[in-house]
Design a binder for this molecule. Structure first.
Ligand code: NAG
Ligand code: NAG
Ligand code: NAG
Ligand code: NAG
Ligand code: NAG
Length: 629
């Protein structure tokens, strides 16, 4: 009978919208107050089973901890986490021992522990210099606040792109701070509960006035908890919620990056083949927009695949050259071009049979006046070219309460698709580990698939992609992504759905969010220009993000000198992006560019984690008239 009343206190504590640890803290304040009411009751205290009742309450409280599952603490090797982690572990071990003891006492039929054992447990928590929880608590507090742990995380923001630990973990600084806060605050709660219950045991067994000590413990804990919550709040406000993949140490095509191919590719053609009459009356520059007609006298034109699309921007370099043509399997036409007494295009390598063949290619004179020049041009030939983007949306199943937990670009059938992973939204902002959803795969040759509706085709007039950050309003989460075409640009959209953080339910309200600014508006999008771009895979240093919101870039050919204009840049980053490799609550996505001067860089998707700042708070449910020990 008495116990029923005792446990009634577990039913209601108002904690709406708080993070799980902040809820838990409010719970223990209530539990603690209730227990002191009993302990101040002389009759209850001396009933003979007060200690067992206390143990039962403790075990119940432990159940509360597990009722609100917390994400597993991050595994970090950063130096600033070493000290706090050590103290957290210490408190957790103590707690496990304490809990084990208490649980044993509540088991039916178990021989009750002797008073000496109870007291020894309390002493190990409160006063034993080796194991005292208060010492571990104050060291934890110091290592977090005095050693400026949160400052250190904020500083990592600047180093994020450089393959930092956070980037490797795929976690935003904001998310990490929130997760560290939960880990630390939970350890502090466990420590505090052990101390309070130890005082209570002393109160049962030992006459004497411990009002002062109990008050001290509580004042200390409350002060520390408030301080840490405040620091966390500040740090969360300053920490970025964006995350993206950093350059891998090794670039592997098809695994870490993929390429758009043969969009405006460097192409050698003789002017005699670019007009109907096989004349050489013009010069290279005349052929700014041209096409291939036929192959005059089986010259070099018969040794290379002809350009079946537009030939663009021809210019004259030198009359004679050596060309190393690429294998038919390659998406390149040429490995390199060496002009006699002149520049060399592309990186020198041995022109072996695997790579291709070497040809001597010489311009010639027709009569006295007409020079039949070999020109350097660009070929925009959609045949055998990977230049498509799916416009199908990738959405999580909101009817089953699923949210997006990860995102990546993949090339399937020459078409780039956005793929998402989804997980189930649970209570208090927790999301179950995500799994990747299959894509609606686009097949370009399928009659039912329409250019401009189902997919987008890049060509020399439509090859721009918008670089935007799209973030849902507070209280909305990411449930979908898609590309659409806006003013001939590829433009990312996100779908956001309203959630109830507390209950973990998605509402019926969803909306698509975009940045519909164009480069032709009153305040136009700005262009990110690629300056003589080399292949990004040739850069050893990690490339930083060099784009910002409301920009765009155009896919183009790599530099003539560096690569004979054989590749399309930027490359596409296809590394999956999923926080911690399992997914967390997200509220936005974007497209950005990682690059540097002279590098084509990578176009990559990014994510924004959920804003937890409103959910971190310490509240005092205690009123001034609450009972004292
Ligand atoms: C990036 O990280 C590497 C290895 O940790 C370091 O050697 C290099 O100096 C860093 N680069 C910058 C610009 O911080
Ligand atoms: C215990 O000590 C405090 C001051 O430390 C005092 O206010 C309180 O009345 C004392 N309680 C009892 C029961 O003596
Ligand atoms: C508890 O201690 C604090 C500071 O040490 C003091 O201000 C407060 O009055 C004390 N409360 C009680 C009930 O003794
Ligand atoms: C963090 O934000 C607070 C205000 O929210 C500001 O006072 C403080 O200077 C910021 N700290 C850093 C390191 O940016
Ligand atoms: C070409 O091959 C030779 C011998 O096989 C080698 O010594 C040389 O470094 C190679 N050159 C290039 C540019 O790969």
């Amino acid at each position: 009978m008495r116990l029923l009343w005792l446990f009634a206190l577990f039913i209601f504590v108002p904690t709406k919208g708080l993070s799980p640890v902040d809820k838990l803290r409010n719970k223990i304040f209530t539990i603690e107050r209730q227990q002191w009411i009993h302990l101040n009751d002389q009759q209850w205290r001396t009933s003979g089973s007060a200690d067992i009742d206390l143990a039962k309450v403790f075990v119940l409280f432990d159940g509360e901890i597990h009722r609100w599952p917390l994400a597993a603490p991050p595994v970090l090797s950063s130096s600033w986490w070493k000290k706090p982690q050590k103290q957290v572990r210490h408190i957790q071990e103590m707690y496990a021992t304490f809990l084990e003891f208490m649980r044993r006492q509540t088991e039916p039929g178990v021989k009750p522990a002797r008073v000496r054992e109870w007291l020894s447990l309390a002493a190990s928590v409160l006063s034993d210099p080796k194991t005292a929880v208060s010492r571990a608590m104050s060291q934890l507090h110091q290592s977090v606040l005095r050693d400026q742990m949160f400052q250190n995380v904020l500083q990592e923001q600047r180093k994020y792109y450089n393959r930092s630990e956070l980037c490797e973990l795929q976690v935003s600084p904001h998310q990490l701070i929130y997760d560290l806060y939960n880990t630390i605050a939970l350890a502090e709660i466990k420590g505090y509960v052990m101390m309070q219950f130890s005082w209570m045991l002393l109160k049962i067994y030992r006459p004497g006035n411990i009002t002062e000590e109990v008050n001290q413990t509580r004042v200390q804990y409350e002060g520390d908890a408030i301080q840490i919550a405040e620091k966390t709040g500040n740090a969360l406000a300053n920490a970025t919620r964006e995350l993206y993949r950093c350059d891998p140490l090794q670039h592997i095509e098809g695994q870490t990056y993929d390429q758009i191919t043969r969009l405006m590719q460097g192409y050698i053609e003789n002017e005699v083949n670019m007009n109907n009459e096989n004349t050489c009356r013009q010069n290279c520059e005349y052929y700014n927009v041209a096409k291939y007609y036929n192959c005059f006298k089986d010259q070099f034109c018969s040794r290379q695949p002809k350009c079946k699309g537009h030939i663009l921007g021809c210019y004259f370099v030198k009359s004679d050259m050596t060309v190393c043509t690429s294998s038919y399997k390659s998406h390149r036409r040429y490995e390199w071009i060496r002009y006699s007494n002149g520049p060399k295009f592309g990186e020198a390598n041995n022109c072996t049979l695997q790579k291709g063949n070497t040809y001597q290619v010489n311009s010639w004179w027709r009569g006295w006046f007409l020079h039949c020049s070999y020109c350097m041009c660009l070929c925009d030939d959609p045949e055998n070219s990977d230049r498509y983007f799916s416009l199908k949306e990738a959405t999580s199943n909101i009817r089953e309460n699923k949210v997006v937990t990860g995102i990546r670009l993949v090339k399937q059938n020459n078409v780039f698709h956005i793929q998402i992973s989804e997980g189930t939204l649970l209570k208090n902002g927790i999301v179950s580990p995500g799994s990747w959803l299959p894509n609606k795969i686009i097949k370009i040759n399928d009659q039912n698939m329409k250019n401009g509706i189902d997919y987008h085709t890049l060509n020399h007039g439509t090859r721009a992609i918008d670089l935007d950050d799209l973030v849902a309003p507070a209280g909305w989460v990411l449930t979908g992504v898609r590309f659409r075409i806006l003013g001939a640009h590829l433009n990312l959209n996100i779908r956001a759905t309203k959630l109830n953080f507390e209950t973990g339910h998605l509402s019926e309200d969803s909306m698509w969010i975009d940045n519909d600014n164009t480069d032709g508006s009153k305040t136009p999008r700005s262009r990110l220009t690629l300056n003589r771009p080399n292949l990004p895979t040739r850069s050893l240093a990690a490339l930083p993000v060099d784009s910002k919101h409301d920009q765009f870039l155009e896919f183009t050919h790599s530099d003539f000198d560096k690569d004979a204009a054989q590749s399309t840049v930027p490359f596409i980053d296809v590394q999956p992006l999923e926080p911690y490799g399992r997914g967390v609550l997200l509220s936005g996505a974007g497209v950005s560019h990682r690059g540097a001067v002279g590098s084509g860089g990578f176009v990559a998707l990014k994510l924004f984690t959920y804003d937890y700042a409103p959910h971190v708070r310490v509240r005092h449910p205690r009123d001034p008239s609450s009972p004292q020990p």
